[in-house]
Design a binder for this molecule. Structure first.
Ligand code: ZN
Length: 271
């Protein structure tokens, strides 16, 4: 990887692209093209032009609830959405909120307390319950996505939701066969992206980096690919290069995934 080249690209993103709010998780994403992936939940947005303001508003309100650790309200809000039963990305985004909840509960465990303190047991149980709910919701997303795969023009969106849900469930074999379905659609952007995510999941970092580099050039430009490229650099013994690239992400305060990886790399370098 040529980190300088990517840092230059990342620094020009804000000026050269438009910012969109994800209609599922409410995060801000930059894109140069009409089709893009959310930089937080990785949902596939086939057309920014088709985004509806009401959906993005509802999603950003739910995001605020998640960010203020009001998980029960956030989950309720997802489940009350009219498209909850037909659009797999809502159960998928709700599952991600449950993972945040699980992490939040784990962080509340006070290791200074001795023995089996009741307070810690509650946090541990809450964390496990939120994690189990997340797994159920990823399965629900797969189920909902399957119903939407008809072979029509909407299919790409559903196949990608199914692919991502399988990745989150750690079912790489099912993710791989879903990727074969993507291949038949002839959507290069989607194929490259899913190949990158699957190779990363398989710890084939050189392979993931190849797809990421393709996704950082020309019409296929995808901001998330810079994250995967940095991750591959970190995993192949180049933590400094990885940090250098991640440090140039636009509006990092909005991107918890990038911030979490930067933290992980920094603590690795301190050891
Ligand atoms: Zn999103």
């Amino acid at each position: 990887m040529n980190p300088k080249k990517y840092v230059k690209i990342l620094k020009s993103i804000e000026a050269n692209s438009a910012a969109y709010t994800c209609p599922y998780c409410g995060a801000l994403t930059y894109s140069v093209s009409d089709s893009f992936f959310c930089s937080n939940c990785e949902a596939f947005i086939p057309s920014a032009k088709a985004l509806n303001q009401e959906d993005t508003k509802a999603a950003s309100e739910i995001r605020k609830l998640v960010q203020s650790n009001d998980f029960a309200q956030a989950e309720q809000a997802y489940e009350a959405l009219p498209e909850y039963a037909t659009n797999p990305y809502f159960a998928y985004a709700e599952a991600l909120a449950c993972i945040s909840e699980s992490n939040y509960e784990t962080a509340q465990i006070n290791y200074a307390l001795k023995g089996f303190m009741e307070e810690n047991t509650t946090h541990r149980n809450n964390s496990l319950a939120a994690f189990s709910k997340a797994r159920l919701l990823f399965s629900k997303a797969v189920y909902t996505a399957k119903k939407g795969i008809s072979g029509g023009p909407e299919t790409a969106k559903y196949i990608h939701a199914m692919f991502m849900a399988y990745m989150k469930l750690g079912d790489l074999k099912a993710a791989h066969s879903t990727l074969e379905k993507t291949g038949k659609l002839g959507n290069i952007l989607l194929s490259e992206y899913e190949n990158m995510v699957l190779k990363n999941g398989l710890r084939d970092y050189a392979g993931a980096a190849n797809h990421a580099e393709r996704l950082l050039s020309g019409d296929l430009f995808t901001l998330n690919a810079a994250y995967y490229l940095a991750y591959a650099a970190f995993k192949t013994g180049k933590p400094k290069e990885a940090l250098y690239v991640l440090g140039s992400f636009p509006d990092k305060s909005e991107n918890e995934t990038v911030l979490a990886l930067m933290k992980e790399i920094k603590s690795y370098m301190e050891i």
